[in-house]
Design a protein around this ligand. Sequence first.
Ligand SMILES: Cc1cc2nc3c(=O)[nH]c(=O)nc-3n(C[C@H](O)[C@H](O)[C@H](O)COP(=O)(O)OP(=O)(O)OC[C@H]3O[C@@H](n4cnc5c(N)ncnc54)[C@H](O)[C@@H]3O)c2cc1C
Length: 394
Amino acid sequence: MDMVLRAEDRAFRDEVRSFLAANVSPAMRRVSDLTTGFIVDPEVSIHFHRALARKGWSVPNWPVEYGGTGWTPVQRYIFEIECARAGAAIYNGAGTQFVGPVIMRFGTPEQKDKYLPRIRSGEDHWAQGYSEPGSGSDLASLKTKAESHGDNYVVNGQKIWTTLAHKSNRIFTLVRTSSEGKRQEGITFLLIDLDLSGITIRPIIGSGGDHEFNEVFFDNVRVPKSGRVGEENKGWEVAKYLLEFERGGNVMAGRVRAQFAKLARMVAVRCPDDSEITTRLAELGTDIDAMEMIDLSVLSAHQAGSNPGPISSLLKLRWSEIRQAVNELAVDAAGEAALRRVDERPLYEALQLPPDEEDNLALIPRYLNGRAFTIMGGTTEIQTNILAKSLLGL
Ligand SMILES: Cc1cc2nc3c(=O)[nH]c(=O)nc-3n(C[C@H](O)[C@H](O)[C@H](O)COP(=O)(O)OP(=O)(O)OC[C@H]3O[C@@H](n4cnc5c(N)ncnc54)[C@H](O)[C@@H]3O)c2cc1C
C-alpha cells in the first residue's frame, strides 16, 4: 500500500496542525499525559471540544447533513492521528461516537432535533447504561424493568460500570419491557435524563485509584416515552448497532502510537542495551503497523454515518491487546522504580527521564487500569466469538 500523502492531504495536515497548535493548551496536554484512567476529565476536554465545534470539526464521523465535515477517510485519519500526537483529549465519545449515530439511524425527527445539536456543541454529556450486575457479556439477561404508564415508563433496576455517569446529564439505557418469548425480544432502548427524580449515582473506584465507574440505581423513575429509540421491545437491534460503533467507530492507531513513542523514548534513555526489552519493543512496533491496516480498512468500510460491521470486533481485539502490551513493557522497562508511588518525585529522577517525560510516573496505575481494555466494550472472548461466527462462518 502506498502510504505517501498527496499534496492536498499534506496541506490538510498542516491546517490540522496549526489548529491544534492554537487550541491544545499545555495544561490540557499535561492532563492528557497524567490521566491514568480511560478518559480525560470532561471539564478539561470540553474546552477543546468547543473549539472544534466553532471550527465545524466536532463530529467528523457524522454525515454533513447533521454537522459532519464531509472529509475523505484519509483526511479523517490524518485528523485523528494528529489529535493523538498533539495530546488532544476526546470529549464524550459515548455521545459523538456511540449514541449520535444511533439517533441518526433510528431516532424520530424530534429526537434528532433535540439531541444531535447538543452532542455536537458539547452541551450534553452522555453515559452508557448497558451493563448490570450479572448482565455483561450476557447482556440480553438484563433485568432493569420499564413498565408502561400512559406517556411514561416507570423504570426500576440497576446499571453498573457506568463510565462518567457522575459527569453526565443523560444516559442511554437498555430496559426490559417484556418477559415473554426470546429474551432479546423484550428489550427497549431508552434515553433518560439523569436529573430525574429516583436516580442515584454511586462511585466505584478502579484498581488504579481513579473514579470513572459508577453504579446507577433507578427507583420508580418516570421517563417520558418520547425518549424511546425505535419500537418497544425492538431495542436489541438498536443496541447491537451501537456496539459496532463502540468497538470500531474511532481510529485507534493514533493513541496507541503516541503511547508507543513515549515508551520508545524511555527505553532509549533507560535500557537501550537490554535485548529482551528492545526485541519486545520492535515486535510491538510491527504489531501497531499491522493494526493500523485494520484501522484503515474499518475507516474505509464505514464512511460517515454507516456502521462499521463485524470487522470492528477485530480492531477492538487488537488495539486492546496491544495497548496492554505497551503498558506492560513500560513497567518492565522501568524496573523496580515503577513500583514507587505516583506522587513521589524521585521516581522520575530514578528513571532518568527528561522533565517532559514526567507522565511515566503514572506507569503502575496505567498498567492496572489497562487490564480493563480487554473487558470494556465486550471482552476478548466475546469479540473472538463474534469473529468466529461472522467472518469465519463457524
Ligand atoms: C473500563 C470499562 C468501562 C466500562 N464502561 C461501561 C459503561 O460505560 N457502560 C456499561 O454499560 N458498561 C460498561 N462496562 C462494562 C463492560 O461492558 C462489561 O464489563 C463487559 O461487557 C463484561 O461483562 P462482565 O464484567 O459482567 O463480565 P462477564 O460477562 O461476567 O464475563 C466474565 C468472564 O467470562 C467470559 N465469558 C462470558 N461469556 C462468555 C462466552 N459466551 N464465551 C466465552 N467467554 C465468556 C468473559 O470473557 C470474561 O472473561 C465497562 C467495563 C470496563 C472494564
